[in-house]
Design a protein around this ligand. Structure first.
Ligand SMILES: O=C(O)CCC(=O)C(=O)O
Ligand SMILES: [Fe+2]
Length: 274
């Protein structure tokens, strides 16, 4: 079979992978090409991949162990009854909310957040809705002024699952501190590591300063210059690097159905300070 192809979809983030069949095992060469592309483009997309859960799990396991969601009962997605590390993300007329409607990094409240997420959509709304936005945190960091980069370097921030997940459940959500500027362990590139979904405050500075700076950073992260919008088709897959990408789901398709399955890959270490 011809070598896999990598086609960038925007200048800063996202690439489509071609010449690959995820129903079949991958070669070591293919896996290392995908790893290189993931760290570089932050999110990889695959089209027309009608995989079952076994192939989905096998694909994820080329990159690490499978991760179990730390959100417990407080999430819009639900665990697969047989494989708790797989989450069913089914939304329809009866849904009160969907997963990921605010810009975020998946489970940054965890001491070791998941390294990556792999989402496979099986039912797509008929009206063209249900896109997902992705943003590059490398580009968001690079665009800061040298003064702001210097100020943020060495700071840590608190990430609290209570900010994002449902209140009033029995689940005790994690709370962790992570560097505001982190280094990607594969590429060595610096990135901005705070997110609207879970970051509550910058540590060791007054709350007023923290609120103002985080307010600026959240807005900065959401600048369309370093984001892209992915339009799903049936059996599309998005594989995002949860260290250098943030994402946001768009719920513009109610009362239509959108249905997918996601597995996540465990992180191997906490975010590395720059
Ligand atoms: O449904 C989507 O487009 C993404 C939802 C989300 O935030 C996630 O799967 O982590
Ligand atoms: Fe998410």
């Amino acid at each position: 079979m011809a070598a896999i192809t990598i086609t960038p979809l925007s200048p800063c983030v996202g690439a489509e992978i071609g010449n690959i069949d995820l129903r079949e095992p991958l070669s070591q060469d293919e896996v290392s090409t995908l790893k290189g592309a993931l760290g570089k483009y932050c999110v990889l997309f695959f089209r027309d991949q009608p995989i079952d859960l076994a192939a989905h799990r096998r694909f994820a396991q080329y990159f690490g162990e499978l991760h179990i969601h730390v959100g417990g009962e407080g999430t819009a997605s639900k665990p697969d009854p047989n494989y708790p590390e797989a989450r069913v993300q089914h939304f329809d007329r009866n849904s009160k909310r969907v997963s990921g409607e605010v810009w975020h990094t998946d489970q940054s409240c965890a001491a070791i957040p998941p390294m990556a997420s792999i989402l496979h959509q099986t039912i797509i709304p008929p009206d063209g809705g249900g896109d997902t936005l992705f943003a590059s945190m490398y580009a968001a960091y690079d665009a800061l002024s040298d003064r702001m980069k210097a100020f943020l370097t060495g700071l840590t921030a608190t990430h609290d699952g209570n900010k994002l997940f449902d209140k009033g459940t029995k689940t005790v959500y994690p709370i962790s501190s992570h560097p505001v500027i982190a280094v990607h362990p594969w590429t060595g590139k610096k990135l901005l590591y705070v997110n609207r979904g879970q970051t509550t405050h910058l540590n060791d500075i007054p709350r007023e300063e923290s609120d103002a700076i985080l307010g600026f950073l959240f807005q900065h992260i959401e600048n369309p210059e370093w984001q892209m919008r992915f339009h799903w088709r049936e059996h599309s897959i998005a594989f995002w690097d949860n260290r250098c990408a943030q994402h946001r789901a768009i719920w513009d398709y109610w009362p239509n159905v959108r249905s997918g399955v996601r597995v996540q890959i465990k992180g191997t270490q906490p975010p590395i300070p720059a």
